[in-house]
Design a protein around this ligand. Structure first.
Ligand code: SF4
Length: 350
């Protein structure tokens, strides 16, 4: 059976391609003189890693049939997770909850070597939906650890991504999430220290922490290229460009989505009120009192259908003028992992 999502991938080049577009900010002309308006930011919503991870679950369900186990939320969005659960995906917190010999998908946030080993012990058939940009950070961690560096991982301790990256070299890695924590760091050899970051941090916060690290360890090494991913950066830049034109910024995303929370912070740091909402119904009428222009964006794991629901509700409340503000183009695609690409190719030949 060739399904819609399979067909899309048959037409797509299967090897990973990364095209990172960070052109100078540009903006569509805003409609002058309108009273109540919506500024719909672009880029917003799904990134390439999230599209790939969701496609992997869908293709696995279509190709191998339910149930398919998924370790942790495939992406941090409750709507996406509930939709996939309705199709037969079973989300578990721990590999021990997957029956022996079954198929399991690792989430976009990645896993530690300990999780990979547990899967092996249980004879699981693994499909890895880790975002290639998270894998890049894992590879850097392994490289620095092998070279004898102490590692400083900048990020949020309770985030799935940090748990996975930390697991690559737990004996030599310390996690920091603030400048204050940098001051308290102790390492065996201050001339052999390297830092890495979570992919979904605030650019500004990470910059401050990196500056503090460079001050404390002048010889500190860093990643070859920034670990904060293109999608996190682009969505933050878009908010920075537009927040000053809005009375309110609404960010569509779930509360456990790191990059969505950072978008709220970016707006609040620019003194524009901002709220994180899972869906349109979360908007409280009081938020819109005296508000003429509402900017709407979405975290990298939030589907467009929820954004359109927010826009529809705002139109109902009198925000009849909707301008899409494109701050920069974005055209990034990742290929499928081999275990899924092979299944798609086999179906194409059938
Ligand atoms: Fe990958 Fe960035 Fe998307 Fe995370 S937010 S899945 S690192 S592209």
């Amino acid at each position: 059976m060739r399904t819609r999502s399979n067909a899309r991938y048959i037409l797509r080049v299967v090897t990973a391609t990364v095209q990172i577009t960070l052109d100078a900010p540009r903006r569509t002309a805003l409609s002058p003189g309108s009273d109540k308006r919506v500024l719909l930011l672009k880029p917003r919503g799904f990134c390439a890693g999230v599209v790939r991870a969701i496609d992997i679950v869908n293709i696995a369900l279509e190709t191998f049939g339910a149930p398919i186990y998924v370790r942790k939320e495939i992406v941090h969005n409750s709507f996406v997770v509930n939709e996939l659960a309705g199709k037969g995906a079973i989300f578990v917190d721990d590999i021990d909850q997957v029956p022996e010999g079954m198929r399991v998908i690792y989430s976009a946030h990645g896993v530690s070597p300990a999780v990979r080993e547990s899967s092996k012990q249980r004879g699981l058939k693994v499909i890895d939906a880790t975002c290639p940009l998270v894998t890049k950070v894992h590879v850097e961690a392994i490289k620095f650890a092998k070279l004898g560096y102490s590692l400083v991982l900048i990020g949020h301790r309770d985030h799935d991504e940090i748990e996975g990256t930390l697991g690559e070299a737990p004996d030599v890695t310390q996690v920091v999430s603030s400048v204050e924590e940098v001051h308290a760091l102790q390492v065996p050899d201050p001339s052999r220290v390297a830092y890495l970051t979570q992919t979904t941090l605030s650019l500004d916060e990470a910059r401050d922490i990196i500056q503090a690290l460079k001050k404390k360890f002048p010889q500190i090494a860093g990643p070859h290229s920034q670990d904060i991913c293109y999608a996190t950066e682009n969505r933050q830049v878009a908010v920075k460009n537009v927040a000053h034109q809005a009375d309110l910024v609404l960010v569509v995303g779930s509360t456990n989505s790191s990059n969505s929370n950072r978008l709220v912070e970016v707006s609040q740091n620019l003194s524009t009120k901002s709220y994180l909402i899972d869906k349109a119904e979360d908007i409280q009428p009081a938020w819109l009192e005296g508000v003429n222009s509402v900017a709407v964006t979405a975290g990298a794991s939030a589907p467009e259908v929820l954004v359109q629901g927010v826009v529809a509700l705002l139109i109902e409340r009198g925000y009849g003028d909707v301008d899409e503000v494109e701050v920069m183009p974005e055209n990034v695609r990742f290929g499928l992992p081999p275990e899924i690409a092979q299944a798609v190719a086999a179906q194409a030949l059938a």
